[in-house]
Structures are given as structure tokens and as C-alpha cells.
Design a protein around this ligand. Structure first.
Ligand SMILES: [Zn+2]
Ligand SMILES: [Zn+2]
Length: 89
């Protein structure tokens, strides 16, 4: 079980922590401070310079070890394939 405090990435403006080089955090003064599974998922919650509710953008919560991100179910399927390829290599 991964402790939240062991996660390598954090935001200076909120208490979110996360891992994974592909994880995108919506930080900054005007960000919604939600974690996204990929830059693609991040882009989907941004419309005309504003943040959408991720659920309204068609994203779903995905559990990671010790944290949660929002991503699309299709992203998750692609990641699973990638993990399978890496595991086999
Ligand atoms: Zn946002
Ligand atoms: Zn933040």
C-alpha cells in the first residue's frame, strides 16, 4: 500500500500528490487542482481557457496507487496495453 506522502510529485498550491510521468495536474492560480491521467485528458476538461467539471467532459475517476486521477476509459485501455507490452519486454 503506497502512502500518500511517498508520492513524488506535489503542487505548491494544494495538498494533491501524485506519481507517474504522464499525470497532469491542473495547477496555477486559476487551475481546478485536479489530477488527470494524461495531457489528453487534461485538455478535455479545458474549454476556452476555463476548467470544466471532468465528469461533464466525459472523464471518469481512475484509481492509482495512493491517489486518483481523471481520465477517459479509452486512455486506461491504452495504458493497460502499454503495461502489458513493457511487462513482456
Ligand atoms: Zn482544471
Ligand atoms: Zn494543485
Amino acid at each position: 500500500m503506497t502512502m500518500k506522502s511517498e508520492l513524488p510529485h506535489s503542487c505548491g498550491s494544494c495538498t494533491n500528490r501524485w506519481a507517474g510521468g504522464n499525470t497532469a495536474h491542473c495547477g496555477g492560480a486559476h487551475g481546478c487542482h485536479i489530477n488527470f491521467s494524461s495531457p489528453t485528458a487534461f485538455d478535455r476538461h479545458r474549454r476556452e481557457g476555463r476548467c470544466l467539471d471532468p465528469a461533464a467532459a466525459g472523464l471518469v475517476t481512475l484509481d492509482r496507487a495512493g491517489y486518483a486521477v481523471w481520465g477517459s476509459p479509452a486512455d486506461e485501455a491504452a495504458l493497460d496495453r502499454l503495461r502489458a507490452i513493457r511487462a513482456a519486454a
